[in-house]
Design a binder for this molecule. Structure first.
Ligand code: PRX
Length: 651
């Protein structure tokens, strides 16, 4: 029996240092780690001074494990920090958003214009009776009004609860009920994959349930037929007539900013609750240090939807506080062509691109002709978030998108952490493909074994956070016990992130996937990520998902599902499967050789792009496929099961 919590199987010795010019111009220099180590509180105080405070805090931090407060006694307004400050300081004409609708309609919104739209919306919310502390549900497509609605809530000290537009009426209802929202802001619909989809009917359906919602404010986006009831109000009827002046009030640093629901191990989603001062401090600091934003010259594009934490911290709060010029895109990356994202990079001269491994691997699958069809020379920095990025996907991102000219920042964090925790600093770190490298300055992270002891370099275990951080969640909405149980009961005094990780011989951190997904083969705990990365390092493979399936001999056996790269024929059949198995054995050892490999056209993913291995385990163990309601595309499981019946894929 192995005593390791996670095996350390793969090895990577490629490193990439930033260029001298990048180092010279970087926002964050190498001395920043020492500065933070010397005095963490002083470091975070300095970062808090990036914000405008109406009243300064009297105490930096109050840590009563597991509850934390930051910048106690300070007063500020989130919306003021994102907008008014830029206008007052003469930056009002700078473009905040270059919006591109999927059908090709565009809007250019300056900071002055964004401020006046937010003020009008704030005045509309006041007319609807919204006060500080109230909860407002936002269920929108990716259009500027989504950000405007969030900022209007924040301006009033009300909390937004953004629910991703792809969620069903049931999911919407349970989230409205849990937060006890009194207003829903939505749209008639939006555009996706070349067609209009509807949103308002799901709101109507949800509100058949018991709620305290008094009004539904509806943006007209598509102009489709929309059923109308007494509580419904068109955005243009109410917002357009309001004054574009509103004096922001300043709220306590610990005033609630938002709730964002994230799925947990039980069916009930967790309402992750964030407050204002600490959250904004870390969002602004990390956005500047990790993305190296130069607000006067950069064009920044984070492709995340506003319905996810990445959209909150790195589309709305971080970038706007830092005065960024952004691209916001409504639709899908394959509409009307698979080159859409690259065409937009060229059109808007995007210099910083932040996206997810799922999209990077999809681009690999589609083939290089799409990125090669656009001029991507404006890019100077690339980011990744959401899942471990396989070393080969990282290399492809670097070479084909970044033309070997852009540092890559692989950023590890969670809805719960609020902002980036582990990442290279682009002008400091020599990066290794596939590693998130080390905790940011001011952050404490480590890898521990089952007993909570540090594993040391060269070994695998559980990722933990060792120090409270400013943008830490303040709890699970109305569920303090669940909060303690989920994050603070596994180890003493340490935050349990739920991810496996290892430290390589140099102490760089490698994320190994969720601990719930770990496979146990003959007593060895093997990470899904390492086997997947080994598969993706084969020239034929664009994407892979592996799971452990019951095995009489070994406890669990490794079953792999792979998607081939553009141009590779699936017909290679048995020979291909054999070469993949041998390749894994060669890359990381015979113990990790998949028992079975299936070539599939798609993988089941959540709406935020994470692979749902639980469903693949059902297939691998020949069970009926379990609850798949959170799948982005409900047909995928049918396709996988049918494909398996029709073709022999075992070797
Ligand atoms: O498993 C880790 C993975 O995503 C989880 C957090 O998901 P969510 O709350 O939806 O937030 C996603 C955006 C921050 C983590 O527990 N994850 C996120 N970033 C990375 C990652 N895994 C590996 N590498 C990353 N860079």
């Amino acid at each position: 029996m192995s005593s390791e919590s996670f095996e350390n199987l793969s090895y990577e010795d490629r490193t990439f240092s930033p260029s001298e010019t990048f180092i010279g111009n970087a926002n964050a220099k190498s001395d920043i780690y020492d500065e933070a180590n010397k005095d963490r509180q002083a470091f975070w105080e300095k970062q808090a001074n990036r914000l405008h405070w109406d009243k300064k805090w009297s105490q930096v931090v109050d840590w009563q494990l597991p509850f934390v407060k930051w910048f106690i006694g300070g007063k500020l307004n989130a919306s003021y920090n994102c907008l008014d400050r830029h206008v007052l300081e003469g930056r009002g004409d700078r473009v905040a958003f270059n919006f591109e609708g999927e059908p090709g309609d565009t809007r250019t919104i300056t900071y002055t214009q964004l401020l006046s739209e937010v003020c009008k919306t704030t005045n509309a919310l006041i007319e609807l009776g919204i006060n500080q502390g109230d909860r407002v549900a936002i269920y929108m497509p990716m259009i500027p009004e989504a950000a405007i609605a969030m900022l209007a809530c924040a301006r009033l000290g009300a909390m937004h609860s953004v629910i991703f537009g792809g969620f069903s009426a049931d999911s919407l209802l349970s989230r409205i009920q849990d937060a006890d929202a009194t207003l829903v802001i939505t749209a008639d619909g939006g555009y996706r994959k070349g067609a209009a989809f509807a949103l308002k009917p799901a709101v109507d359906e949800a509100l058949k349930g018991v709620t305290n919602v008094k009004n539904v404010l509806v943006v007209k986006r598509t102009g489709q037929e929309t059923a109308w009831g007494g509580r419904d109000i068109w955005w243009h009827d109410l917002v357009d007539k309001q004054s574009d002046k509103h004096n922001a009030e300043f709220f306590d640093s610990e005033n609630g900013l938002f709730i964002l629901y994230t799925s947990g191990t039980t069916a009930k989603p967790k309402g992750i609750y964030h407050t204002t001062g600490g959250y904004l401090t870390q969002a602004a600091f990390t956005h500047s240090a990790v993305f190296d934003l130069k607000p006067e010259t950069d064009v920044y594009w984070c492709t995340a939807d506003i319905g996810w934490i990445t959209g909150h911290s790195y589309v709305v709060y971080g970038p706007l506080i830092n005065g960024a010029t952004q691209v916001m895109y409504e639709g899908t990356p394959d509409t009307p062509t698979k080159g859409r994202i690259f065409e937009l990079v060229e059109k808007y001269k995007v210099s910083i691109l932040y996206t997810a491994p799922t999209l990077i691997r999809t681009w690999m699958k589609w083939g290089d002709e799409y990125p090669n069809g656009s001029n991507l020379s404006s890019l100077r920095l690339l980011g990744s978030v959401g899942e471990p990025i396989n070393p080969e996907a990282w290399m492809w991102y670097r070479e084909v998108i970044g033309k070997n000219n852009c540092p890559i920042v692989d950023t590890w964090w969670q809805t719960e952490t609020g902002a980036i925790m582990i990442s290279p600093l682009p002008g400091v770190t020599a990066t290794k493909p596939g590693s998130a490298m080390r905790p940011l300055p001011g952050i404490g992270a480590d890898v521990v074994d089952d007993e909570g002891k540090a594993v040391g370099n060269g070994r695998g275990g559980y990722l933990v956070l060792t120090e409270p951080w400013p943008s830490m969640m303040r709890g699970i909405w109305k569920e303090p016990d669940r909060y303690k149980e989920t994050y603070w009961s596994r180890f003493n005094n340490l935050y349990f992130a739920g991810d496996g990780a290892k430290l390589d011989k140099d102490g760089a951190i490698w994320l190994l996937g969720r601990v719930d997904d770990v496979m146990n083969v003959s007593g060895h705990r093997i990470s899904t990520t390492e086997v997947e990365s080994a598969l993706v390092s084969h020239e034929a493979v664009a994407e892979a998902a592996v799971v452990g399936a019951k095995d009489e001999m070994t406890g669990q056996g490794i079953v792999a599902f792979v998607i081939l790269r553009g141009g590779i024929e699936a017909a290679k059949g048995d020979a291909l499967v054999k070469s993949l198995r041998d390749h894994v054995a060669k890359e990381i050892g015979p113990i990790a050789k998949p028992r079975q490999i299936m070539v599939v056209a798609e993988l089941p993913k959540t709406r935020s792009g994470k692979i749902m291995r639980r469903l693949l385990r059902d297939v691998a163990e020949n069970r009926a496929v379990g609850d798949s309601t959170t799948l982005a595309d409900p047909n995928v499981m049918k396709l996988i099961s049918e494909g398996l019946k029709s073709g022999k894929s075992e070797d």
